[in-house]
Design a protein around this ligand. Sequence first.
Ligand code: TC6
Length: 677
Amino acid sequence: MTSPVRFERHDDVLVIISDSPPVNALGAGVRDGLNEGVSMGINDPAIKAMVIRCDGKTFFAGADITEFGKPPKGASLQDVIVMMDSSEKPIVAAIHGTALGGGCEVALACHYRVAVPSAVMGLPEVKLGLLPGAGGTQRLPRIVGVKAAIEMVAIGDPIPAKKAAEVGLVDRVVGEDSLEADAIAFAREIADKKPIPRVRDKTVAPDPQAVEEFKKKHGRRMRGFDAPAANIACVVAASELPFDEGLKFERTEFVKLMEGTQSAAQRHLFFAERQAAKIDDVDPKTTQLRPINKVGVIGAGTMGGGISMNFLSAGIAVTIVEMQQDALDRGTGVMRKNYEASAAKGRIKPDAPEKAMGLLTPTLSLDDLADCDLIIEAVYENMDVKKELFTKLDAIAKPGAILASNTSYLNVDEIAAVTKRPEDVVGMHFFSPANVMRLLEVVRGEKTAKDVLATVMALAKKIKKVAVVAGVCHGFIGNRMLSPRQIEANKLLMEGATPQQIDKVHTDFGMPMGPFQMADLAGVDIGWHRDPSRIESIRDALAAEGRWGQKKGAGYYDYDEKRNATPSPRALEIIEEFRAKSNLPKREITDQEIVERTLYPMVNEGALILEEGKAQRASDVDVVWIMGYGWPVYRGGPMFWAQNEVGLKKVVEGLEKHKFKVAESLKTAAESGSALK
Ligand code: TC6
């Protein structure tokens, strides 16, 4: 097999070049090639300095994640790095694209680093439940200090070349189009400079205050995750221990993370996210995409406004339609306020609000959608309303325009059938708040054309969403799985559990909120029949008393003016009264039973969704629940959790114990030990 790494001599400078698409991940072949190149440079008397660079779109984007968990092959990254570090001839990293993870560690082990202005550098291992395990946690603080190092390793966001140069991570920012030539020139300049600067020889002062401040500021987002604390501990070790001891400490922490379930879950998500973009029977290479230059959004409420913002932020013009001027003004006003708030917090550039709002055309007339390439309706969730609207859109929209519904439950085929172009109709189910939540369920109707799907998937990437294809069924993937959870949670209340107990099991599990906190947030009155004399459920009883949730200051919980929740004696009384009427005996419910009855049925529903072909793969179901509903990332999504943390056998036993009808595919997978597909 030919090596992905080649060597070019430029007189006394050896250039070592990796060409391993798509991202020059540091797989065995690349590591072996680096090993060979660096030893060649060290041993050749004619060579005075070396440059390491990559072909293609990026410098090494990290270790090859596909190798994790498999038996080691070829030279280890640590060994390559030690050899580079101890070379008596200087090595220059020439960086473009994304120098991430192991790639950034290679750069840190080089004696000098030059980068083009568009390059970024970072140690994102924490996002994979890991830490930079090739000395990165020991080298980085020695260059940038404890405070900046903790930010980089425990959050994992990369920094641009200019910032890297400011903190000493990059020695020179070079020409965007002359990286190799500039790196060789730089290598000649420093070739004879002694001593060679080695990061390992530096020390870094401890900074306990920075550590405490960081933990205080980011405690909430790190809750439940193992990797951030391990990363922080390693940086602290770098400031307290000699280099080699620090390396040993880093190794121990790395192995713990690598062998734990969290990193496996987070790596699963990394690939699941990328896999989700692929449609089994649509080849993106041969599918011509429809151009989307202008988007129409119908409805300027919370959902329509949020949807519009996604496109405006990506530089795509939006025409937004409402029925009444005041609603239109209110909606666009909220959008502007949201942009201005983001600008004030420094999240977007100061001129971004004007730029985005400048791309918006508010109107009261559907006819103004005639020049849109994609029209998304975000109106009231009612089939008749949607049908009427799509009939009108069919008459107005130009040929080839994509007509999308943001419905969260309704049958997209039924909506498409009222048009003469069902092949152009698709579901685009955004999650609230639509400008923030990363999930987009793309609902594929029976007749949706392949190029429509491919276009919507590509567009989703452009607006920074993670799109998952779902088939037509009630609630698609996410809401369909929510339903059995809610039913069981309600039954558990009737049998003696409290909302607090059930919600706590869910939040302890790592969900942002439990079923009843969610009901209070969404509104207990949603879907209520509005007849206070008809009390058929606890929910009816609460709604009848005006306990509609957070917006009324009372629901399953009581709320103060800042919307802080406390257990509600009155809600508990209502639950008690309702239970007494139904003559159900009250009993102790264990937390384990709550898990078995609220989470296992979600897995069961997920299996049914897969059996029916309403999701393409189990990992898509995981992406939906992580990105759309806050399933804890470190548990990898419901299907991953069931298979890898609990075990399918146990899930099936649990479901059978509580008399659920178990999906056939789940039973088969549990019996045969195979994976859910
Ligand atoms: C580490 O280094 C640990 C070190 C410890 C040392 C002991 N490995 O994202 P894209 C694939 S941990 C294997 O769509 P983009 C990806 O699956 C690593 N494969 O492209 C996809 O394959 P597909 C630390 C990888 O241009 C294809 O490349 N590094 C890896 O939107 C294209 O990817 C990171 O965490 C990998 N490391 O973004 C960085 N990376 O086409 C992870 C990508 O078959 N990578 N692939 O589906 C990224 O953040 C992004 O890929 C990117 C490029 C910013 C580099």
